[in-house]
Design a protein around this ligand. Structure first.
Ligand code: NDP
Length: 504
């Protein structure tokens, strides 16, 4: 039986370390330890918990070089990207939530229209133990963003990281412990899908899963059987719509970065490029020029480069298969289109033109450094094509007309639409990160995301005593119906609208 996972660098194949697999039979015990530790943690004030996050922030700043090394070894992304997408964005999230959590989680009063003699409020209490299952593409920022939010909400956390980047998770935990966190409040279980499934079955109170649609379905089904709240952040197939009046230089630069950052292994990547016929001949050569200029590299050896490797051979095969299918159906390779001739799982940054709806590259998530382009006759067909996908995480619109861009953005069925920019909203912790359609259920980040890490409990108390008893409790009296009918007429009858109009 396998007891360890060896971790290899995707840029050069070197062994970088290994982790012990958590036996499935031990996962329940891990959750029980987390639950015991959560009792005291959950009783602390939000302000005290926010203090811990502020200390984590200091520790992240102090150990940033280690984080970058760890990401370079296991994910292979350029250090600039690692710093920007993983460290910088985590510091921002820690800062936003530690500053705002008290306000976000303070009880919110509700005044009833109907029962005016009573008062309600919702207060937020920890759920207990939150389980997290996370992917390899942002192995620090994604899990630890959720870790920070779950802890702040008063929960304990058990994290099952991807088998491809487990050492990043271990380092992240060590940083949280440096800041003074009780080790039982943040535990890691290592392993494959069976360990993830065991975590869902181990008595957790909530699951936040980030990964593929296929696994997301299984996770949601397991949570459904156990009636555990479940947030799923799944795949994307983001369209970028380049309208006739777009700024060519700006849009080409944005799409190049938005399609190829992290070697295209981003759920928000530009995966479908829709270019208006009127700008196509100016735009596409500019895009190809920019993509051709990108440099491949190994973050362990090269100081300056733009695009790293794919995470593993399986991912490279998926990309290769989708490119070959598109070419067989008539797409033209404007640049790239094949494996790079060097060690590691590199694929050349690629632009495919002449793409059509029947190509899998336009329907399945590629998760690689490929920008497939479709020439579009008008804006209506661009909107139709943008909405054709079964996924709806991100979308992008490029135009010089800001108001028009906003109007088009509202017609695209995606969790987030950016006008004249790409990818960046994941770093804006105050905004919701959520997919529609098959891209997921629920929301990460934002005030709503933090509140969802809590049980929202409603308290309703009296302002005027005895009122309910006099009006509608037993015993029912002969006049009760007439009395209720008068009340209904007063509250909902025609006179109400007339009165509202008179009052203005
Ligand atoms: P997977 O769905 O393959 O794996 C995600 C995690 O689930 C891994 O830790 C995996 O473990 C685990 N897992 C696998 N099977 C099960 C199971 N039956 N029960 C519980 N857990 C299981 O995704 P990838 O890691 O390949 O990540 C890439 C995907 O993530 C892409 O589709 C991407 O779009 C999506 N993603 C979505 C984001 C969003 O915010 N919407 C952000 C980032 C990525 P193991 O690795 O051992 O198989």
């Amino acid at each position: 039986m396998q007891t360890h996972i060896d971790v290899h660098c995707p840029a050069n194949g070197e062994l970088v370390g290994s982790v012990s697999i958590t036996p499935v039979a031990e996962v329940r015990g891990v959750v029980e330890r987390a639950r015991a530790a959560q009792q005291a943690w959950g009783k602390k004030s939000v302000a005290e918990r926010a203090e811990l996050l502020r200390r984590v922030r200091v520790c992240v700043l102090a150990r940033q070089a280690e984080i970058l090394d760890c990401l370079a070894q296991q994910n292979g992304k350029p250090r600039t990207e690692a710093l920007m997408h993983e460290v910088f964005s985590h510091l921002e999230l820690l800062t936003y939530f530690s500053d705002e959590a008290e306000h976000i989680l303070e009880p919110s009063p509700i005044t009833s229209r109907l029962l005016v003699h009573r008062q309600s409020y919702v207060h937020y209490r920890p759920r207990g133990v939150v389980g997290l299952i996370s992917p390899w593409n942002f192995p620090f920022a994604i899990p630890f963003g959720a870790v920070a939010m779950a802890l702040l909400a008063g929960n304990a956390v058990v994290l099952k990281p991807s088998e491809f980047t487990p050492l990043v998770a271990d380092l992240g935990r060590a940083i949280y412990l440096d800041a003074g966190l009780d080790p039982d409040l943040l535990q890691i279980v290592h392993g494959y899908g069976d360990v993830g499934a065991a975590l869902i079955d181990a008595g957790i109170d909530m699951m936040e899963f980030t990964g593929s649609v296929a696994t997301g379905r299984k996770v949601a089904a397991m949570c459904g059987e156990r009636l555990i709240p479940c947030v799923t952040e799944l795949g994307g197939k983001a369209p970028a719509l380049v309208l006739a009046d777009a700024n060519v230089e700006h849009a080409a630069q944005a799409v190049t970065w938005g399609g190829l950052a992290n070697a295209g292994q981003v759920c928000a990547s530009v995966e479908r490029l829709l270019v208006h016929d009127a700008i196509y001949d100016a735009f596409v050569p500019k895009l190809v020029e920019k993509v051709k200029a990108l440099r491949l590299g190994d973050a362990m050896k090269d100081a300056e480069f733009d695009v790293g490797p794919l995470v593993n051979e399986r991912q490279r095969e998926i990309v290769e298969r989708l490119v070959n299918d598109a070419v067989a159906k008539g797409a033209v390779v404007a640049c790239g289109g094949r494996r790079a001739e060097r060690p590691g799982f590199f694929f050349e940054p690629t632009v495919l033109t002449g793409c059509t709806e029947d190509m899998a590259i336009f329907t399945s998530e590629t998760f690689g450094p490929v920008i497939p382009v479709m020439r579009m006759k008008d804006e209506e067909s661009m909107i139709t094509e943008a909405n054709r996908s079964h996924l709806g995480l991100l979308a992008y619109v490029f135009t010089r007309r800001r108001e028009h861009g906003r109007q088009l953005a509202e017609r695209i069925r995606a969790g987030t639409v950016m006008v004249n920019d790409v990818l960046a909203t994941h770093a804006m912790a105050e905004t919701p990160w959520a997919g529609v359609k098959n891209s997921g259920i629920g929301v990460a980040h934002s005030a709503d995301g933090l509140r969802h890490m809590c049980e929202a409990r409603h308290v309703n108390h009296d302002l005027v005593p005895w009122f309910s008893r006099e009006l509608w409790w037993y015993p029912y009296r002969a006049g009760s119906i007439a009395h209720l009918q008068r009340a209904m007429g007063g509250l909902y009858g025609r006179g109400v609208d007339r009165l509202k109009r008179l009052i203005g």
